[in-house]
Ligand binder design. Structure first.
Ligand code: C5P
Length: 303
């Protein structure tokens, strides 16, 4: 088969159904028990042969996406090319639908998507284990963007074990105005827990059971995000968004990852529409996006 001139990869967003955070480590990172669940909001990354590494982005928040080498998609192309001793001669186009700096791993999705797209474009066939190593080098959430489904992440969140998951689970995601910086939220977590004996993070058996059996009510009871107090401290207005969603019948509400996107678990697709409408009417968010989970990881669409 001749080498493709262009490859498109679709990558899901994530919500953390449990984010248990330990004390800061000497390297500044925090040990986690991080239960990731992929949801059906996607970015698409298209890699096309080019003279040099360039990035473009389209979508409602495209102006907030860095188009330089700080973009994880660019770093993914560079790391993969370096590993194989080739030039990262590629144009990366990101069709962005995942909220930017929203706590849904949008930047990580683009890193994983670019990695898989470049691997196919350049015909490298890099073993999965090596792709996962590169993902972990790119960022704590990037390996999960590659694998999707549901997984427990330990260490700084990058060491993954796949989890059995039922479903579908129905969600609404309320997109906030502006982003929150992940390091700032972890910094606020450290400030809020100063002098507190932070326990070792462990995954909740009740939560894993709810996930495996597809029991929405049990999952609603078990959702927990240790970063939520820190995100609310930096962005107090999120409390009103959480209240608007639960007031409209959501079974549970929580901040997604480091925020400021908020996640609402609902009974079914009808409830998702009701809660999304109520969130918009409340004026406490910029957009309300229904989605389902689990969703598959990074997938090549065209090659
Ligand atoms: O791994 P990643 O680059 O996505 O992490 C971004 C920032 O989030 C880190 O620099 C660190 O401040 C914080 N972080 C952390 N503990 C983790 C993951 C991330 O403190 N387990």
């Amino acid at each position: 088969m001749s080498a493709p001139t262009s490859v498109t990869v679709r990558v899901p967003a994530k919500v953390n159904v449990q984010l248990a955070v330990g004390a800061a480590r000497p390297d500044g990172f925090h040990d986690l028990a991080n239960v990731f669940l992929a949801v059906s909001l996607y970015d698409e990354v298209t890699a096309t042969r080019a003279a040099a590494l360039t990035i473009t982005c389209e979508g409602p928040d495209a102006d907030k996406v860095p188009l330089d080498r700080t973009n994880l998609a660019a770093r993914a192309a560079e790391l993969l090319a370096a590993r194989h001793g080739i030039e990262p001669a590629v144009h990366l186009h990101i069709a962005k639908d995942i909220p930017v700096a929203g706590g849904m791993a949008g930047g990580s999705a683009d890193g994983a998507g670019a990695l898989l797209a470049c691997d196919a474009l350049w015909g490298l066939d890099t073993p999965r284990a090596e792709l996962l190593e590169i993902c972990a080098e790119l960022g704590s959430d990037v390996p999960f963007s590659l694998v999707g489904g549901a997984a427990l992440g330990v260490g700084r969140g990058e060491r993954l074990t796949g989890l059995p998951v039922g479903g579908p689970f129905h969600w609404v995601f309320a997109v906030a105005d502006g982003g929150l910086s992940t390091p700032a939220v972890y910094g606020e977590f450290d400030r809020l827990t100063e002098g507190v004996d932070v326990p070792e993070p462990t995954a909740s058996p009740a939560l894993l059971e709810a996930l495996a059996t597809g029991d929405t009510t049990a999952l609603a009871d078990a959702l927990v995000n240790d970063l939520q107090p820190a995100a609310l401290s930096l962005r107090p207005s999120l409390a009103a968004t959480l209240e608007a969603g639960t007031g409209a019948g959501a079974l549970a509400a929580l901040v997604s990852g480091s925020g400021p996107t908020t996640a609402f678990l609902v009974k079914d697709a009808d409830a998702a529409r009701t809660v999304a409408d109520a969130l918009i009417a409340s004026g406490t968010c910029r957009a309300a996006r229904p989605a389902t989970s689990p969703a598959p990881g990074a997938t090549v669409l065209t090659a």
